[in-house]
Design a protein around this ligand. Structure first.
Ligand code: DC
Length: 231
């Protein structure tokens, strides 16, 4: 079975997708992390990310897989923290807008998912990567709510890193809100793989819901689908 989840940055899709995958024993596929891994490799190998042929060649020289925690395993090495660096953040949107790279990423994800039960999330999973997924969910939340959630995450990250002795100041709420608005625009206006609500997706606005409430709603939809499918 394929469960596909899309939604804008900060809507909670990674958390929900991972909870479903853990509880059902499905493979969790975070597609954004694969775009991040490609951006990370381009930086590491000083490959000009603007060159589609060079980037496709770079991707073909490496083997990609997913660890159950959502990290991307490149040539046997698990990458997670590296994918969240400011260097990767700075280029990943542009990298993910290149159609040839999207094509390769989609191929890799479909190959990894073949004959497996998966929960995959991103921006174009319900529309492009798995258009035949048995369950499609579009998670949404207001810009203000998503910015507040990200701000809280950054505060938590700062608490963790100051425990490790690092000194980093978190971005302001305004910076985070501006960044989310900019990312929404890029995600929705991409020439290929733009963020859209699939016609057959269940739409869930999570603005006023806790993670547990969102999970419960998604789980109920899933159970209803399964019961219906068995009739
Ligand atoms: O969800 P994220 O921020 O980790 O995603 C990283 C980048 O990849 C972001 O710019 C959106 C893009 N992306 C995409 O274009 N298509 C996907 N299916 C997933 C992510």
């Amino acid at each position: 079975m394929k469960i596909a989840i899309d939604g804008p940055a900060g809507c909670g899709k990674s958390t929900i997708a991972r909870m479903i995958a853990d509880n059902l024993g499905y493979l969790y596929i975070n597609s954004g992390n694969l775009y991040r891994a490609v951006a990370y490799l381009a930086i590491r190998e000083t490959t000009p990310w603007q060159s589609a042929p060079r980037m496709v060649d770079l991707m073909k020289r490496h083997h990609f897989d997913y660890h159950p925690d959502g990290s991307v395993v490149v040539d046997g090495v698990s990458l997670l923290k590296e994918l969240r660096s400011s260097e990767v953040d700075a280029i990943v949107s542009q990298v993910s807008a290149i159609p040839e790279i999207r094509h390769e990423v989609n191929k890799i994800i479909r190959q990894i998912a073949v004959s497996k039960n998966v929960v995959s999330e991103g921006r174009d999973i319900t529309t492009v990567v798995f258009p035949d997924a048995e369950l499609k969910i579009y998670l949404d939340a207001s810009t203000q709510v998503r910015a507040t959630r990200r701000f809280q995450e950054k505060l938590n990250e700062q608490t963790d890193s100051s425990k490790e002795g690092a000194r980093v100041s978190p971005p302001s709420m305004e910076e985070i809100r501006n960044n989310i608005e900019m990312r929404d625009k890029l995600d929705k206006e991409k020439a290929t793989g733009a963020l859209k609500i699939a016609q057959d997706a269940e739409y869930l606005d999570t603005s006023d819901l806790t993670i547990a409430q969102v999970y419960e709603k998604v789980y109920k939809i899933l159970m209803a689908r399964n019961a219906h499918g068995r009739k």
